[in-house]
Design a protein around this ligand. Structure first.
Ligand SMILES: [Zn+2]
Ligand SMILES: [Zn+2]
Length: 254
């Protein structure tokens, strides 16, 4: 099993996970040509994707999905709530599959476990994706953690974990007050310390990879995110990967 990122942040997200010939793209917040170019950097062509999994209807996650899926004939999976929110954009698309945010399912060799999260969307989920031997937990776009989130992520072999903002940089920065309130709220985004607290509470004994993701360009730095997560894990900051907006991150093997 291996995984890589096309890019991560409020300007677009995409994560590829593959095992045994099955290859899924989690979200596509990039245009058709941009997404293909980003896949190309990882040595992939769009037609090699088995499916696209959507986390929620915000445009940095679903914005590129309809055009990209239609162009390349890729099936799309999303919660019923997400599908209700994007129905106009998905009109006329074939091979769109809905699921309930509490029900797991399989896409060929990959076991997909949706994880419902508190976020300001209709039925947002994140995912734990496994192949029977290894499990990758993906957790971005949530305001606060929950017992269910932590039970789901516990014991994973790899984690891609939101470190959206540093609380002080957000508070003292020049975002408009309502936007600050939204980001810091219970249905907003996870700050570095909250991400670190999740790591401190779950079983990380199998953890072979951790990547900080969805970093705010304005309200965070890779150094702050690394320091917070490394503090929780008791590891060197350099061991913490960063999912960059422009370049994502390269393949990581499990
Ligand atoms: Zn997002
Ligand atoms: Zn979102």
């Amino acid at each position: 099993m291996r995984f890589a990122s096309l890019g991560s942040g409020s300007e677009g997200n995409g994560l590829v996970v593959e095992s045994g010939g099955t290859r899924v793209l989690v979200d596509c917040g990039f245009g058709v040509r941009d997404a293909a170019a980003r896949l190309g950097r990882l040595g992939l062509v769009p037609s090699s994707l088995t499916a696209i999994l959507v986390t929620h209807e915000h445009s940095d996650h679903v914005g590129g999905v309809p055009a990209f899926a239609a162009r390349h004939g890729i099936p799309v999976w999303a919660t019923f709530g997400t599908l209700a929110a994007v129905s106009a954009r998905f009109e006329g698309m074939s091979h769109v599959y809905g699921f309930d945010s509490h029900d797991g399912f399989a896409i060929d060799a990959l076991e997909v476990t949706p994880v419902p999260v508190p976020h300001d969307a209709r039925e947002p989920v994140q995912y734990v994706i496994g192949d029977g031997a290894r499990r990758l937990g993906v957790l971005t776009d949530l305001g606060v953690s929950t017992a269910h989130v932590e039970a789901s992520l516990s014991g994973c072999d790899a984690l891609v974990l939101e470190c959206n903002h540093d609380r002080e940089l957000l508070e003292t920065g020049d975002y408009p007050y309502p936007l600050k309130q939204r980001i810091a709220g219970r249905l907003g985004h996870l700050h570095n310390e909250a991400a670190a607290e999740i790591l401190a509470r779950i079983d990380t004994s199998r953890l072979a990879h951790i990547v900080a993701a969805h970093l705010s360009q304005q309200n965070n730095t890779p150094e702050l995110a690394r320091a917070a997560l490394a503090g929780a894990l008791g590891c060197a900051p350099e061991w913490i990967g960063i999912a960059e907006q422009a370049t994502g991150f390269d393949w990581r093997e499990l």
